[in-house]
Design a binder for this molecule. Structure first.
Ligand SMILES: Cc1cc2nc3c(=O)[nH]c(=O)nc-3n(C[C@H](O)[C@H](O)[C@H](O)COP(=O)(O)OP(=O)(O)OC[C@H]3O[C@@H](n4cnc5c(N)ncnc54)[C@H](O)[C@@H]3O)c2cc1C
Length: 482
């Protein structure tokens, strides 16, 4: 049995290494020259201000949470120790201006958060109680308790919960956009509640913040690709190999059609796959599934009944309906490390003042570099600015909002990355497909499938694992055969 995985993002790689470790030969086809997808590592052309004249960054600053158990377990299974891979510390949300700070304490749950809340800076008694009241409802909502009509967006849910405006602006709204990449007035209450329930109302370890100490490409992708080349030797990774089509052969197996590149080693056509996991973003998945003939009604009905697969038409419509939100990351190279004690600080977003940065990360604490990364999630509102204007505005904001902290070193260079389709918009009513498709033997995987999470690494990994599990559960019978 050989399985094809299309796309080497975290979902595709999670599926591939799981199958490989269970003895299933797995071929991974990736369009880009490097694996990693939206969490890829980029090696920029020479920068005079960095060691070796190279600037290696992830395409955006990523953080993980202790609640990302599937991701962390998979890393362990691949021989990577999260304790050394990440800077991990108890939840800490602190404003750069010092006006607000909420730090979880090293106590068992829920005392870690309760004690943190009692000692929080910048909250009055009413705000503390309101925050606690709102948090106490998230687990039930995450578990499916019906939401009263009109409370589907985070903003409406917060207003209904009598959250003071200061708390919404200073705490909830920044947390929502960071977690969901979707602003509170349009973000989905249920998905947000899922994130809060898993991270804040679970064990104390779940709320820990984990910041990668090395580029994600090295921590995860290289490790996964290396694992694929070990043991049975039958698995393959084909980088720089976009898949342009998928057909089914008379014997029920699948044929992958690739765009052959002069430099790659992938054959233009590879056949005989018992199953295919399409782990690309939705638009590319739609293209790959668009030309498949509809499965016979019996197979279609069986698939729909067995799991929550949709009809071909419904799945295609579902893939079309995703909307996307950008994330901008400004990396600032400093002439020396910034001597500030916090690895990660909130910035005050104030569009009237031209301030659009939301979080600043101080690399000194996790990779030892003299660098800062400023993140702007749901960056749609920056689209009218050119890159230089945005960088200048963020630098001005940083200087204004860190003026009471350790002096900022001189900024010697900067690099702005804007991922236009960073994540799907996590809005209410969004229909997300299951891994199973109406075509027996074809599965989909990605952060956009029905993971219960917004678009995050953990969702991508869980989706890849679920797709692999399905393949493994059906390995006794030929998957491609209806
Ligand atoms: C700037 C930024 C910051 C983020 N910050 C965080 C964060 O802090 N924490 C967090 O948990 N998540 C964060 N995310 C989200 C996280 O990166 C994604 O949820 C995750 O990477 C999605 O993985 P995936 O495998 O589902 O999809 P993708 O990463 O999109 O992988 C899909 C892969 O398919 C490939 N592909 C597409 N078409 C084809 C084809 N025809 N043939 C072959 N290959 C193809 C693509 O090249 C890509 O490699 C962030 C995302 C961005 C962009």
């Amino acid at each position: 049995m050989t399985v094809a995985v299309i796309g080497a993002g975290w979902a595709g790689l999670a599926a591939a290494v799981t199958l490989h470790q269970k003895g299933v030969a797995t071929h991974v086809f990736e369009a880009a020259p490097r694996p990693g997808g939206r969490a890829r590592t980029v090696d920029w052309p020479a920068s005079a201000h960095t060691p070796d004249n190279r600037l290696i960054t992830d395409n955006g600053q990523h953080i993980l949470l202790g609640a990302y158990t599937a991701t962390l377990d998979l890393m362990r299974a691949l021989g990577r120790d999260p304790d050394t891979c990440f800077l991990g510390y108890p939840l800490s949300l602190e404003h750069a201006r010092g006006s607000f700070a909420l730090n979880a304490l090293p106590l068992p749950a829920p005392l870690h958060l309760l004690a943190g809340l009692l000692r929080a800076r910048g909250l009055n008694g009413r705000e503390r109680l309101a925050l606690l009241r709102q948090l106490s409802s998230v687990r039930a909502i995450a578990n499916g308790r019906p939401l009263p009509a009109g409370l589907e967006t985070v903003q409406a849910w917060l207003v209904h919960g009598h959250q003071p405006e200061t708390l919404i602006q200073g705490f909830w709204a920044p947390l929502c956009v960071a977690a969901m990449n979707t602003a509170a007035h349009e973000a989905c209450t249920r998905l947000f509640s899922r994130v809060l329930a898993d991270s804040l109302t679970g064990p104390a370890s779940a709320s820990r913040i984990l910041i990668p100490r090395r580029p994600l490409g090295e921590l995860w992708c290289d490790t996964a690709i290396k694992a694929l080349s070990q043991e049975n030797g039958a698995s393959r990774f084909y980088p720089g190999t976009p898949v342009r089509g998928l057909t089914r052969q008379a014997d029920g197996t699948f044929c992958i059609h690739t765009t052959r590149h002069a430099t790659d080693t992938a054959p233009a056509k590879t056949s005989g796959y018992s199953a295919v996991i399409v782990a690309t973003p939705p638009r590319q998945a739609l293209r790959l599934l668009a030309n498949l003939p509809d499965p016979p009604p019996a197979a279609n009905a069986a698939a729909e009944q067995a799991e929550t697969a949709r009809s071909p038409g419904a799945l295609r419509r579902c893939l079309e309906h995703f909307e996307y939100r950008p994330i901008a990351t400004l990396t600032l190279l400093l002439d020396q490390p910034w001597n500030d004690p916090a690895p990660m600080l909130m910035l005050h977003e104030d569009h009237a003042a031209g301030f659009r940065g939301q979080w600043v990360f101080n690399h000194r604490h996790y990779d030892g570099q003299s660098r800062l990364s400023v993140v702007i999630s749901d960056a749609t509102h920056t689209s009218h600015l050119d890159g230089e204007a945005l960088a200048r505005a963020v630098i001005a904001q940083l200087q204004a909002q860190t003026s009471t902290r350790a002096p900022l070193p001189r900024i010697v260079a900067h690099k702005l990355i804007i991922e236009k389709r960073a994540t799907f918009a996590a809005v209410p009513g969004l229909v997300r497909p299951a891994n199973i498709t109406p075509w027996p033997g074809i599965l989909v995987a990605g952060d956009w499938t029905d993971t219960g999470y917004p678009a995050v690494l953990e969702g991508a990994v869980r989706s890849g694992l679920a797709a692999a599990r399905h393949v493994l559960d059906h390995r006794t019978q030929p998957l491609g055969t209806p």
